[in-house]
Design a protein around this ligand. Structure first.
Ligand code: WTA
Length: 585
């Protein structure tokens, strides 16, 4: 790994990602279905051929061009899961503009910070989104964000729901045949996607054109055993990397038919996925362990009444899958006929790093098994930073050599790429995860080793949530940790201290919860907020998160070494307060 983060593939070659994903298929197989859109309302679906996709993307690109979007500009996308979102992404790629999709569940504050950091001049949104029957007022959230985004000149609004919305003349544009392709250098940035880190500020993870596309397409082909004629369904939102690589770029680059799912797994009932698989004849189905666990509790009947014989490969991503959920997926959904691929990767990695290959790698439930082609994982001793040789070892998971889909920079802050990923263990890419390599050389992810928390497969930074909590006028200090949660994988436990003069009342906890929802979005809603007199700190003032994690997990049998604590009394106060909270549940 180059110490300055110089990574390049096919240097000085030329391509256009949109041409690879759209034009060549529109020419070769124009009538093949590119996108199947499954709307929130199960009676709403649309099939879009490669020919249509080409026309729509060109129109969109021409509109962007008319608004002044040029090569290397950045464009913000805040959209629901609808075909227009894919047109917008591909239109940017066609013009060589760098897109930044912001997940539609983020609040106006999070949206503002991301648009601002990315220097977006043009943003794209919709009037409203709808998920599980609930309306998401995207345009009004965007309006709120744009009050504080002076760089944004134009806002394109797609009328998805067709409701009345506020309109700012001169800034908001409505939609309007061929648009030429911009030749791009292989290393030009295709997109950035913000992700949480240990510090408060989210990072714009920036990906290249050729390396990323190759990696997304190749992993899609081999890990999902894709063959022409398959219907590939990755139900992740395009606001996350999984949606970028395995709803849009990987499948389309392979000329596949890809499903765009607007709804949630339990709407209108817990058979939604299985109904959809039967309806569209889906061959590969890719979801998160949290969704599997949420559906398991509803019982097998929802699954067994559907014909799932089209399925061949079942995938999971986002967090370790517990063996019980793995077996249910294998036995009840896959009926012991389908291969399960537990894919381990990150926003930063562009595509799968550790994963079984269907039919070729024997699985062990709960292990992401072995590296994908060309990936060289190492397990390092966390103290010495030395690679642990042989098998049956446990430590920090790093990668030895670059791979094509590796992130190229943190947008506007290359130093951060070096500090977060390349400097902690010299010569290696640091994943931020712990791992075990077992006696058979299989990898087991043991969870994040930094202060990020994986809630329902969404990575959240403790610092971000803490920053939101202290916006409350009475809040003095906050510490947020994860605790094991039966459905979400991890839940959020917030410890809060209030200013002495502030009078805590019955509504305070709700106010604190609402602040987090407003500052970050509903995905970061705390599970527990505990107002405490003080936080446990070392003599040098560092919050002892290890202790807080134990207390939040109701695992206070052995607290480990607490001799460095400045005030021992604090711990028993915390344990008592937490006990009261657990007893209330
Ligand atoms: C975790 C999602 C165990 C891990 C593609 C990683 C997993 C973080 C798995 C990245 C898996 C993802 N087994 N853990 N199969 N997949 N993770 O950036 O902690 O949203 O670092 O990318 O999710 O989350 P991100």
């Amino acid at each position: 790994m180059h110490p300055d983060g110089h990574v390049s593939w096919f240097l000085n070659g030329k391509l256009n990602v949109c041409e690879n994903c759209v034009d060549r298929w529109a020419e070769e197989t124009p009538d093949r279905i590119a996108l199947i859109w499954e709307g929130d309302d199960p009676s709403h679906s649309k099939r879009i051929t490669y020919r249509d996709l080409h026309t729509q993307v060109c129109k969109f690109a021409n509109m962007l061009k008319r608004l002044g979007v040029r090569k290397h500009d950045t464009v913000g996308i805040y959209m629901p899961m609808i075909p227009e979102t894919v047109y917008a992404m591909l239109a940017c790629a066609r013009l060589g503009a760098i897109h930044s999709v912001v997940f539609a569940g983020f609040s106006s504050h999070s949206l503002r910070d991301r648009l601002d950091d990315a220097h977006c001049k043009v943003v794209i949104t919709a009037d409203q989104g709808v998920r599980g029957g609930k309306v998401i007022p995207l345009k009004s959230v965007m309006d709120e964000a744009l009050k504080e985004c002076p760089l944004v000149e134009k806002c394109i609004v797609f009328k998805h729901q067709g409701h009345d919305i506020d309109w700012t003349e001169g800034r908001d544009e409505a939609m309007r045949p061929y648009c030429p392709l911009e030749p791009m250098d292989n290393e030009d940035l295709l997109f950035m996607l913000y992700t949480s880190g240990s510090t408060g500020k989210p990072k714009g993870i920036a990906h290249s054109s050729a390396g990323y596309l190759l990696y997304a397409a190749m992993t899609h082909k081999y890990v999902f055993d894709y063959h022409p004629g398959d219907v590939h369904a990755c139900v992740a939102d395009v606001g996350w990397i999984t949606g970028h690589s395995y709803v849009v770029y990987g499948p389309l680059c392979n000329g596949a038919t890809t499903v765009l799912f607007e709804s949630v797994p339990t709407y209108p009932d817990p058979a939604r996925y299985w109904h959809m698989i039967e309806k569209h004849g889906i061959s590969q189905f890719y979801t998160a362990p949290t969704a599997i666990r949420a559906l398991m509790v509803h019982g097998d009947e929802w699954v067994s009444k559907h014909d799932l014989s089209s399925l061949r490969v079942l995938g999971t991503v986002g967090e370790p899958i517990n063996p019980e959920a793995w077996r249910w997926y294998y036995e009840v959904v896959g009926r012991k006929r389908c291969d399960i691929v537990d894919t381990y990767w990150q926003t930063e990695t562009g595509g799968h790093l550790l994963t079984p290959l269907p039919g070729a790698i024997r699985c062990k439930p709960g292990s992401a098994t072995r590296p994908f082609f060309g990936v060289e994982p190492v397990v390092l001793d966390s103290k010495t930073g030395q690679p642990l040789e042989g098998d049956d070892v446990s430590g920090v998971l790093c990668i030895k050599k670059p791979w094509p889909g590796m992130m190229r920079t943190v947008y506007g802050d290359h130093e951060r790429l070096l500090n977060v990923y390349l400097r902690p263990y010299k010569g290696f890419y640091h994943t931020g995860d712990g791992a075990v390599r077992d006696k058979d050389g299989y990898y087991w992810i043991t969870g994040r080793v930094d202060d990020t928390i994986n809630v329902s497969g969404h990575r959240l930074g403790s610092a971000e949530i803490e920053h939101a909590l202290v916006q409350h006028p009475g809040c003095a200090e906050a510490a947020v940790v994860g605790f094991p949660h039966s459905v979400k994988g991890a839940g959020l436990f917030c410890y809060v201290t209030m200013n002495n003069e502030y009078e805590v009342n019955e509504g305070t906890v709700n106010e604190l919860r609402d602040i987090v929802r407003k500052e970050i979005g509903p995905i970061a809603t705390p599970d527990h907020i505990l107002i405490v007199p003080a936080l446990p700190k070392t003599r040098s003032g560092k919050i002892m998160r290890r202790l807080l994690r134990k207390i939040a997990s109701n695992d206070t049998g052995s607290l480990g070494d607490v001799s460095t604590l400045a005030d021992q009394q604090v711990v028993s106060d915390l344990i008592n307060a937490a006990q009261k909270l657990f007893n209330k549940r």
